[in-house]
Write a protein that binds this ligand. Structure first.
Ligand SMILES: NC(=O)c1ccc[n+]([C@@H]2O[C@H](COP(=O)([O-])OP(=O)(O)OC[C@H]3O[C@@H](n4cnc5c(N)ncnc54)[C@H](O)[C@@H]3O)[C@@H](O)[C@H]2O)c1
Ligand SMILES: [Zn+2]
Length: 357
């Protein structure tokens, strides 16, 4: 599968990754190699990586606890301590092998350790493959706030090997697919139709779907690396979706949602807003609803959920000057960024999901 070399960090696919990493190590000649994993990718993914590459020196393997709860400064500092104890110098190479938590935190550590060492992302979750590992955003959560601390800094390359997905739990697979659906809505009709026609039963064509998704993300990032404008389209479905995700995690009366499960709900609501505000085609809204129904269970909201979701939206870090900013669509691939929405219409969109999906 052809590499993507237009972005700030080239993206290689499947077997080619390992020859590229080997070549990179030969050329760059790092003083040491550090591989960051989490508990799960240490057990499930590291053997595959070590099988594929003959490292010229024994790599140092670091393991962090798995999960978003550990994407913190405390874990960052503990990894930095481990690097110091290993006498890791500025010419070390760090390889982040894991989901978005490992690539975000590992990229951040690599960006600040001794003012920065070079790093490679090897995403192992679907979400990290099509989203988190590409684009150079690194960082950790702090207090209640997600991605509160971080830098934008690209690694030397990204390697997407779908063989890692064999051990990814099914709910994580579906969660990651939400970003593929998002890329379908914000890109063009061809990709949207490829997403709709994908059969998760056979998984046929998943590699092409992932590659095209990476192209979509990397093209957007290339045009707007620091999120001044266009990059905001990657937040489609995330204004409501992210508030719904946070609410589900904070509330005792609702089941926790995975990121993609919440984003799927957010995308339905924000597509509804797009229909009402910009005449987005209703038929595509119904296509989206069918897709969402086929991948995700219907989310039931407790009474008064919307009030709290609204409060979480006010804390969205993408807001400017206290305004809640939405990205909406006029059609598949036609964007309207920085939109404010009347609370009554948000209520309508919420009820639309509750009553119609
Ligand atoms: N930097 C960005 O641009 C960007 C974009 C989107 C999301 N993110 C971040 O990504 C994170 C979410 O990423 P995620 O969904 O990958 O979460 P994650 O890293 O927590 O991975 C999900 C779970 O799957 C496990 N796992 C991963 N790969 C596996 C495999 N191949 N086999 C078995 N288990 C595996 C992990 O150990 C974890 O338990 C969030 O912190 C989010 O903020 C960053
Ligand atoms: Zn997302």
């Amino acid at each position: 599968m052809q590499a993507i070399t237009s972005g700030a960090a080239p993206v290689y696919f499947n077997e080619q990754i390992y020859s590229e990493i080997t070549r990179y190590i030969e050329q760059y000649s790092p003083s040491s190699v550090v591989i960051l994993t989490d508990d799960n990718t240490y057990a499930d993914c590291l053997p595959l990586l070590l099988d594929q590459i003959n490292f010229p020196m024994e790599p140092n393997i670091l393991v962090m606890p798995a999960g978003e709860a550990f994407k913190t400064m405390e874990v960052t500092v503990s990894i930095i301590d481990e690097l110091s104890n290993l006498l890791t110098d500025r010419k070390a190479l760090m390889i982040n092998l894991g989901g978005g938590v490992v690539t975000d935190l590992g990229g951040f550590v690599a960006s600040i350790y001794k003012r920065g060492i070079t790093y490679i992302n090897l995403p192992t979750s679907l979400l990290a493959m099509v989203d988190a590992s590409v684009g150079g955003k690194t960082g950790v959560d702090h207090g209640m706030l997600k991605n509160q601390i971080g830098v934008i800094n690209n690694g030397a390359m990204v390697g997407v090997d779908i063989d890692y997905l064999a051990t990814l739990p099914e709910n994580q697979m579906r969660s990651g697919f939400a970003e593929i659906i998002k890329h379908g809505l914000i890109s063009n009709k061809d990709y949207w139709s490829a997403v709709r026609n994908f059969d998760p039963g056979t998984m046929e064509g998943l590699d092409v779907l992932i590659r095209d998704s990476v192209v979509i993300k990397s093209d957007v990032v290339l045009e707007d690396p620091t999120e001044k404008g266009l990059r905001k389209i990657l937040n489609f479905g995330h204004t409501l979706g992210h508030a719904i995700e946070t609410y589900s995690l904070e509330s005792d009366v609702m089941d926790d949602l995975l990121h993609g499960e919440a984003i799927a709900v957010g995308m339905v609501m924000e597509t509804y807003l797009s229909v009402k505000r910009f005449g987005f085609p209703e038929s595509s809204l119904y296509d989206l609803m069918n897709l969402v129904r086929s991948y995700y269970r219907k989310v039931s909201f407790p009474e008064n959920a919307l009030e709290e979701i609204n409060t979480y939206m006010l804390h969205d870090k993408k807001n400017v000057g206290g305004r809640v900013n939405f990205v909406l669509l006029e059609d598949i691939g036609v964007h309207k960024i920085d939109q404010t929405i009347d609370p009554e219409l948000i209520k309508e969109a919420f009820e639309f999901y509750v009553n119609e999906v």
